[in-house]
Design a protein around this ligand. Structure first.
Ligand SMILES: NC(=O)C1=CN([C@@H]2O[C@H](COP(=O)(O)OP(=O)(O)OC[C@H]3O[C@@H](n4cnc5c(N)ncnc54)[C@H](OP(=O)(O)O)[C@@H]3O)[C@@H](O)[C@H]2O)C=CC1
Ligand SMILES: CC(C)CCC[C@@H](C)[C@H]1CC[C@H]2C3=C(CC[C@]12C)[C@@]1(C)CCC(=O)C[C@@H]1CC3
Length: 382
């Protein structure tokens, strides 16, 4: 195995030597001599990673799993939401290259999981963070001598609001993305995949999860419960037969780590995108009902025609735009949510199964149960 020299490699080597040759007991010294080749240096440094967006929902689950697998983790995020032994926090904006460079010292693997929340409708913010910011992340990775970048993209990059059944990765990117979030996730994925360059020693891959749920998820369950508490979860949009992928967070984490560990110059995954889901498409409204009933709320019962609800959502959204200088209101049923609730959108994971041996580690039923149990404060009557 080879070690690529980078502007940071001397500092990294120095830290490595300090770690394996501490001034200490004779048993430590014996250990130090056991790990004395360049190969072990390479193995050591490949266990040092950074999680950009590590304070977020997915990022934190990823950090916890990485620690359990013996990685040393640096978190880079605009906010610090927790503390954990073994994790170094670097608070900063990913558009700030200098701040990133500090966090990437000695790191060989970067997971990029940061994005503004999809519910925000701030075009400029999405462009700045997801496009310019990702460009800055890639520049910083190159300068810091990072060898692998794993992006959390989204299966939505191919979703235009019309049915997708068993969609594969070769579907074209959405020509009319449903919102700014999706529009900028497309550009972000393109940037990261294009940056894959074996000659320069930077390998990249994009993981595309869909509908992530699990403990501490800040959007799916809280939005659902909020809608139910306001008495608006009585209706099923469309006939209720549309199949959708929801992905338990542990499966996304598994896919991310698997891809990082499979990412080598000779691997077929370099510069490619991979769908990672639970691989168990489910009726959208059955999934919502399972969560609602699990938390003590009634399941939606009355069907409404899709086009009627979509039209109303569009009208409300336009009104909210027109009236925003006078009254600030955010409709629950945005056109994007209506499309996600009323259309088929499920994806094939066969590429991930074939190229990296992906298999979900937690089934849907189990994932739902664990999620419901993790929200005692959102139970009906709590
Ligand atoms: N949740 C889902 O269903 C899906 C998510 N994804 C992708 O997975 C990734 C993680 O999503 P998720 O965990 O749900 O999102 P979260 O919002 O929980 O996590 C994202 C984290 O990134 C931080 N962040 C935002 N902007 C910046 C910035 N400029 N610099 C540094 N950090 C920043 C956020 O801080 P703050 O909260 O303060 O903004 C947050 O801590 C995202 O890339 C998302 O696009 C893909 C498919 C589905
Ligand atoms: C009010 C109800 C009709 C729907 C409530 C649930 C929704 C909040 C969620 C159902 C599908 C989810 C989803 C995402 C966010 C939360 C939902 C809309 C994403 C847009 C998150 C970011 C992505 O990359 C794609 C996701 C698709 C599914």
């Amino acid at each position: 195995s080879s070690v690529r020299l980078s502007p940071n490699s001397l500092a990294t080597l120095f830290r490595f030597l300090k770690e394996i040759f501490p001034v200490s007991s004779s048993s430590n010294r014996r250990n130090a001599f056991r790990i004395s080749s360049l190969e072990s240096f390479s193995a050591w440094s490949s266990k040092r990673c950074a999680v950009i967006g590590g304070s977020g929902f997915l990022g934190r689950h990823l950090v916890e799993k990485l620690l359990g697998k013996g990685y040393t983790v640096s978190v880079f995020d605009i906010r610090q939401s927790y503390e954990l032994p073994g994790v170094t926090f670097h608070q900063g904006d990913l558009c700030d290259k200098q701040a990133l460079l500090t966090a990437l010292q000695g790191v060989s693997l970067v997971f990029h999981c940061a994005s503004p929340a999809p519910a925000s409708d701030d075009k400029a913010l999405f462009q700045r963070v997801n496009i310019q910011g990702t460009h800055t992340v890639l520049q910083a990775c190159t300068e810091a001598g990072v060898q692998k970048v794993v992006l959390t993209s989204s299966a939505s990059v191919v979703f235009e609001g019309t049915d997708i059944k068993d969609g594969r990765e070769d579907l074209p990117y959405a020509k009319k993305p449903i919102d700014y979030y999706t529009e900028t996730k497309i550009e972000q994925e393109k940037l990261v995949l294009k940056a894959c360059d074996k000659e320069k020693g930077l390998l990249t891959v994009a993981i595309r999860p869909h509908g992530i749920f699990g403990p501490r998820d800040p959007q799916l369950v809280p939005i659902l419960v909020d809608t139910a508490r306001r008495g608006n979860m009585k209706f099923i949009i469309g006939d209720g037969s549309n199949l959708v992928d929801f992905t338990f967070v542990d499966n996304v984490v598994h896919g991310l780590i698997l891809s990082a560990e499979s990412l080598r110059p000779e691997s077929p995954i370099c510069g490619k995108a991979y769908h990672i889901t639970n691989d168990e498409p489910v009726r959208f409204w059955d999934f919502m009902s399972d969560i609602l009933v699990g938390l003590g709320y009634a399941a939606p019962r009355y069907n409404l025609p899709y086009t009627l609800v979509y039209g109303l959502a569009l009208l409300l959204w336009l009104l909210s735009l027109l009236l925003c200088p006078l009254v600030a209101f955010k409709p629950t049923f945005t056109p994007m949510r209506v499309a996600l609730a009323g259309k088929h959108h499920f994806y094939s994971c066969s590429r991930a199964k074939q190229d990296m041996g992906y298999k979900p580690v937690v089934g849907l039923k189990d994932g739902i149960r664990r999620t419901v149990e993790s929200y005692p404060h959102l139970r009906h009557g709590a």
